[in-house]
Design a protein around this ligand. Structure first.
Ligand SMILES: NC(=O)c1ccc[n+]([C@@H]2O[C@H](COP(=O)([O-])OP(=O)(O)OC[C@H]3O[C@@H](n4cnc5c(N)ncnc54)[C@H](O)[C@@H]3O)[C@@H](O)[C@H]2O)c1
Ligand SMILES: O=C(O)C[C@H](O)C(=O)O
Length: 328
């Protein structure tokens, strides 16, 4: 058996937290031979609820759960952590503009970035789930000057999985028959789910579906899926979001399959003409815990316009939060 690793989850008493913690403790994220110590962060009023979650975690008697830490102190929560899943965020309230949401979340992700900087393992892998995820990840990264900027990622894996599911249903195949799906850009309605490189059973996806379905059905359905879930459930996606977070971290820790890739929101290095620095959804392969952008994909005019639109939104979001970055 390996030595335990420390996994922090913020917003641990929330909806996603409840769907996430038990699967991490069961070994779904890091494998059946990797014990974990769960570090759970909540705001003070939610600590009693979090205690209930800890009681349930203990009652599962998970063989891989090697300890728990439940706290409202961010410095305790991130002490020596190997993985951090930043889920807790301020939800958008009535009448709140996107700008207000970014500002409110700056107050959360700035201090959390600093606490990771001061207390986490130097090779900590950070996944931001709380919305607006890409720009929250940027705020955290920009408050952690001593950590490698590439430690900070944002979740577009739920969008990736939604795209797999839509294409599988349309082609009558299973999602495991689909390879090389790509989500470019922001986890928002400007994201670009790209089928130009995807294959189904080894055949080009776009040779199997009508262009009109791709443009007018597939792309908007994937872009708007979060809103559709909120409408149907009266609450935002939780189990599927938790599952995607598990997938993101498992791929990062254990690698991608030969001949396939996954989508991750990562700091742009300027690849594909995207503004350097923004946290942008890219197709990546992962080996030995390091992700690399898939290079050399052909980008036609249709894709270019969509990739640039979501880049523009991310640059605008960045401009709105730059005052929250630590002084260099
Ligand atoms: N990236 C994605 O694909 C994706 C998908 C679904 C949901 N989300 C986002 O994930 C976030 C969480 O969703 P949820 O359904 O679990 O919400 P929720 O409201 O059920 O839970 C959020 C929890 O975070 C806690 N919290 C708030 N501020 C905190 C702080 N500073 N430190 C620690 N904990 C804090 C709250 O007390 C609450 O328990 C939301 O922002 C949601 O929009 C993202
Ligand atoms: O869309 C939302 O606001 C919730 C979440 O980000 C989702 O994609 O389900």
């Amino acid at each position: 058996m390996k030595a335990p690793v420390r996994v922090a989850v913020t917003g641990a008493a929330g909806q996603i937290g409840y769907a996430l913690l038990f699967r991490i403790a069961a070994g779904d994220m890091l494998g059946p031979d990797q014990p974990v110590i769960l570090h759970m962060l909540e705001i003070t009023p939610a600590l009693p609820t979090l205690q209930g979650v800890v009681m349930e975690l203990n009652d599962c008697a998970f063989p891989l759960l090697a300890g728990t830490v439940a706290t409202d102190d961010v410095n305790v929560a991130f002490k020596d952590v190997d993985y951090a899943l930043l889920v807790g965020a301020r939800p958008r309230g009535p009448g709140m503009e996107r700008k207000d949401l970014l500002e409110a979340n700056g107050a959360i992700f700035g201090p959390q970035g600093k606490a990771l900087n001061d207390h986490a393992k130097r090779d900590v892998r950070v996944l931001v789930v709380g919305n607006p995820a890409n720009t929250n990840a940027l705020i955290a990264q920009q408050n952690a000057p001593d950590l490698d900027p590439n430690c900070f990622t944002a979740m577009v894996r739920l969008d990736h999985n939604r795209a797999l599911s839509q294409l599988a249903e349309k082609t009558g195949k299973h999602n495991t028959d689909i390879k090389q799906m790509t989500i470019w850009g922001n986890h928002s309605s400007t994201q670009y789910p790209d089928l130009h490189h995807a294959t189904v059973d080894g055949k080009p996806a776009l040779s199997l579906v009508e262009q009109s379905w791709y443009e007018s059905d597939f792309i908007p359905t994937v872009q708007q899926r979060g809103a559709a879930i909120i409408k149907a459930r009266g609450a935002s996606s939780a189990a599927s979001a938790a599952s995607a977070a598990i997938d993101h971290m498992r791929s990062w820790a254990l690698g991608t399959a030969e001949g396939d890739w996954v989508s991750m929101g990562i700091p742009s290095d300027g690849s594909y003409g995207i503004a350097p620095g923004v946290i942008y959804g890219y197709p990546v392969t992962i080996k030995n815990g390091k992700y690399a952008i898939v290079q050399g994909l052909e980008i036609n005019d249709f894709s270019r316009a969509r990739m640039d639109a979501t880049d523009k939104e991310l640059r605008e979001e960045r401009a709105g939060v730059e005052h929250l970055f630590a002084k260099k």
